[in-house]
Design a binder for this molecule. Sequence first.
Ligand code: DOR
Ligand code: ZN
Length: 343
Amino acid sequence: MTSLTIRQPDDWHLHLRDGAMLGAVLPHSAWAARAIIMPNLVPPVVTLADARAYRDRIMASLPAGQAFEPLMTLYLTEATDPDDVQAAAASGLVKAVKLYPAGATTNSQSGVRVIDNVMPVLERMAAIGLPLCVHGEVTDASVDIFDREAVFIERVLEPLTRRLPDLRVIMEHVTTADGVQFVEEAGIGGTITVHHLIINRNHILAGGIRPHYYCLPVAKREMHRLALRRAATSGKAGFFLGTDSAPHPDSAKETACGCAGCFTAPNTLSCLAHVFEEEGALDRLEAFASLNGPAYYGLEPNEAQVTLVKRDQPVSFPTHIDAGDETVTVFDPGFPLHWEVQT
Ligand code: DOR
Ligand code: ZN
């Protein structure tokens, strides 16, 4: 197969940041018709008013000719008001609430320390059908970083889904076979990134430390990467694309304490087509990238279509993009890419 036409994809987990960075990265997500926009700004997007203002800044940064619908999220704090969340959902502007365990990742310090403290909000969300996006890692310093997702399932996610069976939950950026199994058993949604389909922990650490492959949840062993590939290419309704494209200035990545995030927006679809072709599953790319996400969120799939074409020669992508006075490194899959979005 050298050409594939599918409904236009969406990105069910995207970091756009703000200011000059927002302007620099937004054009690179033009392949997506819509995206769930992460609220971990400084300060975070907590209220409907915050989300409205952030959405306005995103729309003001949109290049002429780029159609894009930001699906806004609220950052859940222990002070979040259930009535504000309900008003946000009713406005149609906010499509989900994001749960960051406090301290789990970038700008998560305002997140949740004790899950019981946010139960009134979660109960309201279950009642009104507003989805909860979850960063699924415990923050307990005694738990090995490679085990933090599996332990989160056991300590937090499993009890939560049992307590609130009507809550629509999305386990974001699943990185383990345990996560894949839980998404299936619990009948919840699970997003998978492009980079976790491509790298395992050796890519970060073997033969030198590679900060541009460091993200959270951190990539795990090869067996987990293979489980993610099986899930993404299975066509099963619970699994869909959430890139977690997370730009950081190179100065903040290439340093003694580098921050977490892979910037995959520019080559997402090329990488994805490569992976699905390797797995003999190009016929299931549309389910993963364009159909399962909207179905889980209760939205229609996009009417527009995109065509991916496989070129004889490798397709080139910039190694970096400029963002104000900084540069941001584009994810390097480590192999030549031949699939290209036809424009
Ligand atoms: O790698 C990550 N980067 N994981 C996250 O959870 C947050 C994100 C970011 O905002 O940079
Ligand atoms: Zn993220």
